[in-house]
Design a protein around this ligand. Structure first.
Ligand code: 3LM
Length: 397
C-alpha cells in the first residue's frame, strides 16, 4: 500500500496508505519523529533543499516524516494530489487565505460559516484590503450575480455549521470554474468518508481535523488537500512564512490512529444522528429539527446525491426558544455541554452564545443563526442512553 492503489476500499486506504512497516523495522505504526530540524549530508545539500532543487526535510515548520504520512493519506482519501496538515483548522484556513489573497481581491462566502471563519472574513481580511461578500450559496444564482473578475476565492461549508444548510458543490463549481476563482470547501462535518468535494470539481478542501478526523477530542489540528502546486504554495508561503501553523508530529500520529476507525465512527455517528433527529422531530417541545437526513429537510434530495450518509450533526429549535434551550442543556446528565464536535462523547452547545458569538445579534439574524438554536454532536455511546438522556431533558420543559 505504499504505492497508490486506487482500487482498494476507503477503509483499507485509511488504514494502510503510504506506510510500509517493513521500511521501519516492522513497526506497525509510523514512528513519531520528534525533531524540529533535520541534518544535511553537507552544506551544499542543505542549500539545494532550501532552493527546492533537492528533496528532503529541512525544518519541522515545512515538513516532518510523520506528518508526511498523514498528508499523503488525507490526500489519498480526499482524492487530491497533495495534502498539508496544520496545527488547527483555523491554521489551515488562514494559511490558504493569506497565500491566495492580495490587496484588492474579493472573497464570496456562504452566509453561514463557523464563527471564527466568519470573523476572519468579516472583520480581519478586510483590514488588509480584501472585501468579502456573503451570499446564500444554497441559491447558486446569488453567486452568479455576485462573482466578478476580482473574485479570488469562493468559500463554503456543507453542511454548514451550525444550521445544516447544504450547498450544491457541483452547481457552485459550474460558476467558479468559468470565473477562474478558487472554490474552497470546508469538509469538516462530512470527512472524505461521506463527501469528496474535489471529485465534484472543488479546488481545495479544508478541515478542522480536531473533529472527526482525530475523533477523540484530544488534539487540535487542521488540513488542506488540493493540487500539488497550490498545496506547495500554501506550505511555503502561508505556513512557512506567514502563520507557522505546522501540526506537531504527535498530533499527526494521533490523527493517523483516528483515521483507522473513521469509517466505523462515521457510520455510527450517521446512524445515531438519523435516529435521534427522527425522535426529536416527534417531541412536543421541539419546534424544528435541522438534519439533511430527514425527509422534511429542504436539503434532503441534494444531500442524498452529494453525501454517502448524512453525518453526525443535528441542530434544533425548541418551542420555548433560548430559555427552554438553557433548561434543556442544563438538564442533561450523560450528554456533555461543550463546543467542538466529532468526538466519542455526545456534545451539546448553544451557537449564538458560544461557537457563533463572533456574529453580532443583527448578523446572526441576517445569517440565519437564531438565538434559540441548539447544536448536538452525536457521539458513539449506546443509542438508548443518548436518546433517554436527551428526551428526559426535553420532557422537563
Ligand atoms: C465548533 N469548530 O465547535 P479548529 N471549520 C469548521 C469548524 O467547525 C471549526 C473550524 C473550522 C468548533 C470549534 S468553537 C471555539 C470550537 C467547520 C471549529 C476551526 O481551529 O481546529 O478549532 O477548527 O464548531
Amino acid at each position: 500500500m505504499t504505492k497508490r492503489n486506487p482500487s482498494a476500499g476507503f477503509a483499507t486506504r485509511a488504514i494502510h496508505h503510504g506506510y510500509d512497516p517493513l521500511e521501519y523495522h516492522g513497526a506497525l505504526n509510523p514512528p513519531v519523529f520528534m525533531s524540529s530540524t533535520f541534518a544535511y549530508e553537507n552544506s551544499m545539500q542543505g542549500s539545494d533543499r532550501f532552493a527546492g532543487d533537492a528533496a528532503g526535510y529541512i525544518y519541522h515548520r515545512v515538513g516532518n516524516p510523520t506528518v508526511s504520512v498523514l498528508e499523503g493519506r488525507l490526500a489519498e482519501l480526499e482524492g487530491g494530489e497533495a495534502g498539508l496538515a496544520t496545527a488547527s483548522g483555523m491554521g489551515a484556513i488562514t494559511a490558504a487565505f493569506w497565500t491566495l489573497l492580495s490587496e484588492g481581491d474579493e472573497v464570496i462566502a456562504d452566509k453561514t460559516l463557523y464563527g471564527c471563519t466568519f470573523s476572519l472574513l468579516h472583520h480581519h481580511v478586510t483590514r488588509f484590503g480584501v472585501k468579502t461578500t456573503f451570499v446564500d450559496l444554497t441559491n447558486p444564482d446569488e453567486l452568479a450575480a455576485a462573482i466578478n473578475d476580482k473574485t479570488r476565492i469562493v468559500y463554503s461549508e456543507t453542511p454548514a455549521n451550525p444550521n445544516m444548510r447544504v450547498i450544491d458543490i457541483a452547481a457552485i463549481v459550474r460558476i467558479t470554474s468559468a470565473a477562474d476563482a478558487v472554490f474552497i470547501v470546508d469538509n469538516t462535518y462530512c470527512t472524505p468518508y461521506l463527501q469528496r468535494p474535489l471529485e465534484m470539481g472543488a479546488d481545495l478542501v479544508v478541515h478542522s481535523a480536531t473533529k472527526y478526523l482525530g475523533g477523540h477530542g484530544d488534539l487540535l489540528a487542521g488540513a488542506l488537500v488540493g493540487d500539488q502546486e497550490m498545496i506547495d504554495q500554501i506550505r511555503f508561503v502561508g505556513i512557512k512564512e506567514m502563520n507557522g501553523a505546522m501540526i506537531s508530529s504527535m498530533d499527526a500520529f494521533l490523527i493517523l490512529r483516528g483515521l483507522k476507525t473513521l469509517h466505523l465512527r462515521m457510520d455510527r455517528h450517521s446512524q445515531t444522528a438519523l435516529k435521534l433527529a427522527r425522535d426529536l422531530e416527534k417531541h412536543a417541545a421541539v419546534a424544528r429539527v435541522y438534519y439533511p437526513g430527514l425527509e422534511s429537510s429542504p436539503f434532503h434530495g441534494l444531500a442524498k446525491r452529494q453525501m454517502a450518509q448524512f453525518g453526525g450533526m443535528i441542530a434544533l429549535e425548541l418551542k420555548g426558544g433560548l430559555d427552554a434551550g438553557r433548561v434543556f442543556m442544563d438538564g442533561l446528565e450523560m450528554v456533555i455541554c461543550a463546543v467542538s464536535l466529532g468526538d466519542a462523547e455526545t456534545l451539546v452547545q448553544h451557537p449564538a452564545s458560544m461557537t457563533h458569538s463572533t456574529y453580532s445579534e443583527d448578523e446572526r439574524k441576517a445569517h440565519g443563526i437564531t438565538n434559540g438554536l441548539i447544536r448536538i454532536s452525536t457521539g458513539l455511546e449506546d443509542y438508548a442512553d443518548i436518546r433517554n438522556d436527551i428526551l428526559a431533558a426535553l420532557d422537563c420543559l
